[in-house]
Design a protein around this ligand. Sequence first.
Ligand SMILES: Nc1nc2c(c(=O)[nH]1)N[C@H]1C(S)=C(S)[C@@H](COP(=O)(O)OP(=O)(O)OC[C@H]3O[C@@H](n4cnc5c(=O)[nH]c(N)nc54)[C@H](O)[C@@H]3O)O[C@H]1N2
Ligand SMILES: Nc1nc2c(c(=O)[nH]1)N[C@H]1C(S)=C(S)[C@@H](COP(=O)(O)OP(=O)(O)OC[C@H]3O[C@@H](n4cnc5c(=O)[nH]c(N)nc54)[C@H](O)[C@@H]3O)O[C@H]1N2
Ligand code: SF4
Ligand SMILES: [Mo]
Length: 726
Amino acid sequence: MTQPPTVTHRTFCRFCHAACPMEVDVADNHIVAVRGDSNDPLFGGYTCIKGRHLGDQHHNPDRLKTALKRTADGTFMQIPTAQALDEIAEQLMTLINQHGPRSMASYCGTATFQNAAAQPVIRAFHRATESPSFYTSITIDQPGKLVTPLRLGTWAAGMQGWSTSDVSLVVGSNVVVSMFSQAGGPTFINPLAALKQAKKRGHKLIVIDPRRTETAVLADIHLQITPGEDPALLGAMIKVILDEGRNDVEFCDRWVDGLDRLHDAVADFDLEWAAARAGVAADDIVTAARMFADGGRGTAMCGTGPNMAPHGTLLEHLVQSFNVIGGRYAREGESVQCPTGVLSLGEKPRPPKAQVNAPRPEMLTNGAAARVKGLHSILGQGPTAALADEILLPGEGQVRALFTVGGNPVVAWPDQTTVVRALESLDLHVVLDIMMSATARLADYVIPSKLSLERPDVPTNIDRWFEDPYVMYTDAVLEADDELVDEAGLFIELAKRMGLTLDLPGGAVSPGEDLSPNELLERSYPHVRVPWAQMRAQNGAVVHEDLRMTVLAPDDDATSRFQLTPDGVADELRTIRSSTNSYETLDGFDPALHTHRMASRRLKGVLNSTGRELEVLRTKEKTSYAHVHPLDLALWNAVDGDLLDVTSTRGSLRVVAKSAPDVKQGTVSMAHAWGDLPGDRGPASDPYTLGDTTGRLTDNGSAYDPITGLPLMSAIPVSIRKAVLL
Ligand SMILES: Nc1nc2c(c(=O)[nH]1)N[C@H]1C(S)=C(S)[C@@H](COP(=O)(O)OP(=O)(O)OC[C@H]3O[C@@H](n4cnc5c(=O)[nH]c(N)nc54)[C@H](O)[C@@H]3O)O[C@H]1N2
Ligand SMILES: Nc1nc2c(c(=O)[nH]1)N[C@H]1C(S)=C(S)[C@@H](COP(=O)(O)OP(=O)(O)OC[C@H]3O[C@@H](n4cnc5c(=O)[nH]c(N)nc54)[C@H](O)[C@@H]3O)O[C@H]1N2
Ligand code: SF4
Ligand SMILES: [Mo]
């Protein structure tokens, strides 16, 4: 027998947002080898363990291959995907007729961010149905990143780039594992290599994290903070910088309002108080503040940890305030990659100017009003943390149908107990997934999804972060089974059946029109700075030197200024200064009982809940451990491997202890999106393989952020004891 020929494709990994370029060998529509593309000018061949197992992910025998429909007795039957879509379209039209468009919601989870056409198409579907109920995982991630630019303003030419930076302040982000840079501007691609390389040129790194993370070990100063106490620490650092006049005075005079008010608001954030509250040394606060302020070029960034802790929105604002008072932006005459990236998502690229884009605080309240908690959609996105309430609250506008697209609410949304109740009460729940996830098992229809290598794509997430005008396009590498649809295709097919025209940014798609995936990409992104035909012809990564831009002088009449102290910021800082802890609005909090704080973290071998279905990755991340300091373990007479009960004001988890000297005493460090359906709805509970869902510790109903609705998802007060096994 002759062997099928092996063809090597240049593509990029979409297991996570980082989009590492790869070479994939395919024989007979089967991936036989995967390796990093060592010729790539930016990534230099970097891959992680997840990417190297793309083949296992695509060819996983447990992958969903057919559509499933829930039957009257609660079991699932296989049906053709086309039939499932017919039935769903029919039910949706009836529901919208009866209850109005608001009753149909969709939730775009992490996987939709790894498919360039997904969100433009799903948003167009919402416009066509006139449903404002559009949600994504961003609003349960770091919604402060939506709010802060609107309150603070932005710099039209973008932030200072990484490659010329002398100093970085990283607050609650473990970039070496997460590959995430949240600076909001051009940044490093392979964080571990980039940070090691930068150290050689004298770059200084300041990390604020309760764990001595893979990133913190590279830091010049690591402030090992008590989770949840960042406002005190950051406020005190800002006070040091402003008291000592270490801000960029010229920049602030020209472009910044509210500097004095911010200075006043932190006037009593004295070092001893902040140090006691944050659990760090007062001297280190001063050293860190001076190191960042005097460090030269470089930015401050804030990750998920503090964004999910008390006062998360304020924290994001404070961290960006370091950039504003230091003027850490690209200035006139500097050469930059276009601030909107090569793909220029949704925007026409413009030559960047050295001036402020005005704050737009009205955008925080002029979006669709939620029916709960006085919240609003921001930039077209509803607050996902309030979606369970929107489903459960009867009355006009109640959400009755939900599309869960590439997400896993049961294990990822806050307040699992409420979430499960809400999902079970839906009239129609459609889940598009590659797996029978915990959420899929509650659905009415489960639609099998294509995976990344089965469709053409461009990396939209990371596009603006490249310091070089770099773009890569990949064609589909594998042919997909006929029954599979992708995140965009699902809504194109429904629109066809419902007679809806979708108005994509690059032109409408009428119900009778059959677009190829490439045509769909073109219509989703009409402003790309490299023509689509050229990207397709190049099929791989290219740096387009000719696309670099020079920052222009500001307009003569440029009057917009950053607003450092928008409404609410000074009051929130005063509340923090006059309180004894960050949990006064958390129902049921008892400092004597809830002695520890659960801090969220990420694991190398999985992406949220994706990856642990693969045997190869399970051997790396066996379960979701409760990582605690050995001295804490001794407190509970426990040793490595014992079971612990971790209990918040809202719920309790039984998890395996892991002795972790890198974790600050008083903290339990845990990954989210483990576990399964709770109680008897799930498979037999097994903390040793399934772990448990930290979302069950979260209380949606109290201590939530008044602008974003985000409850505490990190720095959650807990009591811990060794489990009593009966
Ligand atoms: N390997 C891997 N990579 C991922 C993911 C994954 O699951 N696995 N998930 C992806 C996703 S969805 C996202 S949003 C990004 C997130 O990217 P990051 O924000 O970098 O996520 P983490 O690595 O969890 O880093 C958060 C850090 O915050 C710290 N922390 C927790 N609470 C507090 C607090 O109160 N204060 C302070 N100062 N620190 C705190 C934690 O100890 C942890 O080190 O990562 C993405 N990348
Ligand atoms: N307590 C706590 N809670 C958290 C966090 C935390 O740090 N602490 N982090 C939050 C953050 S940052 C985020 S982003 C959310 C994540 O929230 P979600 O995005 O809802 O959760 P994921 O686990 O990423 O869900 C991914 C789902 O998509 C499926 N999938 C994988 N690949 C594909 C694909 O190509 N196509 C399709 N259609 N499906 C696919 C997977 O099987 C899985 O079911 O969780 C949040 N929840
Ligand atoms: S999963 Fe790993 S290899 Fe794939 S894009 Fe992310 S960091 Fe790169
Ligand atoms: Mo996220």
